[in-house]
Design a protein around this ligand. Structure first.
Ligand SMILES: C[S@@+](CC[C@H](N)C(=O)[O-])C[C@H]1O[C@@H](n2cnc3c(N)ncnc32)[C@H](O)[C@@H]1O
Length: 254
């Protein structure tokens, strides 16, 4: 059976994947060839969003849930490049990511990182364990990059996000990306169908309004909720990339 962390690694050109992951990844590419550009655009957005949070927004604490196998521009690397004292807690529920945790724990001495083996749906465990490193009386950025599609409606994804946000003080942020069901809709529908046959973690892609609901009650920073390639691109190549993901960065005002 394929696993999303390794399929995603395969799409990104990594080496931490097996034949079943590559077979599922290839089936997805056949359905939606731009998935390869989509995952790169997702990573590029992650780097821009963390850069924004660590500089313009002045955030020094990050809770990155659904970390994935380490690759270029991991959250702590981008955050500590801008602000060396940044503290980052990583969370994933796939044991393969846990085996790579050492790479995630290579913090600059001025800052700190830690890794929690937990499920996004267990918000109590995530908040409880991350409080060993994060001070929840100070602003925190919660990052949910390409993970919420693994919660179907019966997992109550909106409640999960609300529970996480409720633990944060005003001035905190939510940054997320989510595969779209209403961009390249037919290709994405076929890709989801194939992945749901071949991958352990099932996917539910969502449309613009369904993703926008995750930001209810928060203030979206400019340019609002857009396609990942449209969020403050730094180069023409980033701006022109194909990608079928919605994204946004939003601030908790009160
Ligand atoms: C598509 S990858 C995204 C990786 C990274 N966030 C990024 O955007 O580059 C999704 C990651 O979420 C993790 N994941 C999926 N469902 C999860 C859950 N319920 N709890 C914790 N992690 C989960 C997977 O193991 C995988 O590493």
């Amino acid at each position: 059976m394929a696993h999303v962390a390794r399929v995603y690694d395969y799409w990104l050109g990594g080496k931490d994947n097996f034949a079943a992951d590559r077979a599922a990844g290839d089936q997805a590419i056949a359905a939606y060839p731009d998935i390869v550009h989509s995952v790169r655009a997702n990573r590029a957005f992650l780097a821009r969003a963390v850069g924004y949070l660590a500089t313009e927004a002045g955030i020094r604490q990050f809770l990155d849930i659904g970390t994935g196998i380490p690759t270029a521009n991991n959250t702590h690397e981008v955050a500590q490049e801008a602000a060396p004292s940044s503290r980052v807690v990583y969370v994933d529920n796939d044991p393969i990511v846990l085996t790579h945790a050492r790479a995630l724990l290579a913090s600059k001495p001025e800052g700190a990182t830690s890794y929690i083996d937990a499920d996004l749906r267990d918000t109590g465990q995530i908040l409880g364990q991350s409080s060993a490193l994060l001070d929840f009386s100070q602003p925190v950025a919660i990052m949910l990059m390409a993970i919420l599609q693994h919660l179907d409606d019966e997992d109550h994804p909106y409640d999960v996000v609300a529970e996480l946000l409720a633990a944060l003080p005003p001035g905190s942020y939510l940054a997320l990306t989510h595969p779209a069901s209403d961009i390249a809709a037919e290709e994405m529908r076929l890709m989801a169908k194939r992945l749901n046959q071949l991958m352990a973690e099932k996917v539910t892609f969502r449309n613009h309004d369904e993703v926008a609901r995750f930001f209810d009650g928060l203030d979206l920073v400019e340019p609002g909720m857009v396609r990942v390639q449209e969020w403050r691109p730094r180069t023409l190549a980033e701006a022109n990339s194909a990608a079928a993901l919605w994204c946004g960065v939003a601030r908790k005002a009160s």
